[in-house]
Design a protein around this ligand. Sequence first.
Ligand SMILES: NC(=O)c1ccc[n+]([C@@H]2O[C@H](COP(=O)([O-])OP(=O)(O)OC[C@H]3O[C@@H](n4cnc5c(N)ncnc54)[C@H](OP(=O)(O)O)[C@@H]3O)[C@@H](O)[C@H]2O)c1
Length: 307
Amino acid sequence: VTVRGSGANAGRILLLGRGGQLGWELQRALAPLADVVAVGREAIDLADLARLRARVEAFRPTLIVNAAAYTAVDRAEDDEAAATVVNGTAPGLLAESAARLGVPLVHFSTDYVFDGRGPDGARRPYRETDAVAPINAYGRSKLAGEVAIRQVCGSHMIFRTAWVYANRGRNFLGTMLRLGSERTELAVVADQIGSPTWARVLAEATAQILVAAGWHRSGRATPGVSGVYHLASAGETSWHGFAEAIFAHVAARGAVVPRLAAIMSADYPTRAKRPLWSVLDGTKSAAAFGIALPDWRAGLALCLAER
Ligand SMILES: NC(=O)c1ccc[n+]([C@@H]2O[C@H](COP(=O)([O-])OP(=O)(O)OC[C@H]3O[C@@H](n4cnc5c(N)ncnc54)[C@H](OP(=O)(O)O)[C@@H]3O)[C@@H](O)[C@H]2O)c1
């Protein structure tokens, strides 16, 4: 799918992962900035390492945006090699292609690179400079991708985000709305704390940062802004708190909602361990670009208003 942008110096953005929650929203958010070539797995498969370079470079992009990833956190525990190819090795090859073409790479990573004990054991939001220590295979694979991109030393931005949801795709919001219509009581984990982030807000913030950095224009990449940025909603809650907020909106429309029980992670065993605290500090992108995401409740209200 190619969406034509307009204007002088119009760039050509190659967007990978067009069918994902974030990729879908990025197609819209990037469209006014440049020509956007949005591709899915059938055009560029990140697991097909042998062909990745040729496939990517054939598009002659002026910017590569990678919204594709192996995101099945529990499945990754039994499939770490495959997750690592897609999340760890392929992003490094994308960075090499970007460097060969002399263009920047934009990539997304996760709050799950942290162990969830809080920076230095304190419950304050994680900064980009805080020590990473993933506790599951998905987190390890995403961290490998960050490292691989950094090692290439080309122009890049890596946006670590968290708890992404949207009105399409598989995510917590969709699961709650489905289960809430089927059951009278739901037990939801209350001891994992993070920041639910609507994919659209994340996509729009990404587009605005690219404009602020001039990276949407052909030949205008400023390498000085390269690095990792935390880009998740402001504020924090638990999955239980997120569910309460979702059902408060549903109830306000007059629909019947389930009773919510707060449970501990230990009462809801999953294949992969999750960090208990993964709130991200957005100060760096606010200072560098004047862009910070609003409180998670604001994103949720806007997202649900579309349903
Ligand atoms: N979802 C979250 O809660 C969350 C939290 C923190 C960070 N992130 C990060 O945010 C980014 C976007 O995530 P998302 O929520 O939009 O994910 P998503 O909805 O699961 O979408 C992932 C996309 O990647 C594609 N993909 C998977 N394997 C691929 C491969 N081998 N080759 C090409 N494409 C492949 C999928 O295509 P198919 O449909 O063909 O499988 C899908 O379109 C990712 O980097 C993710 O790690 C997500």
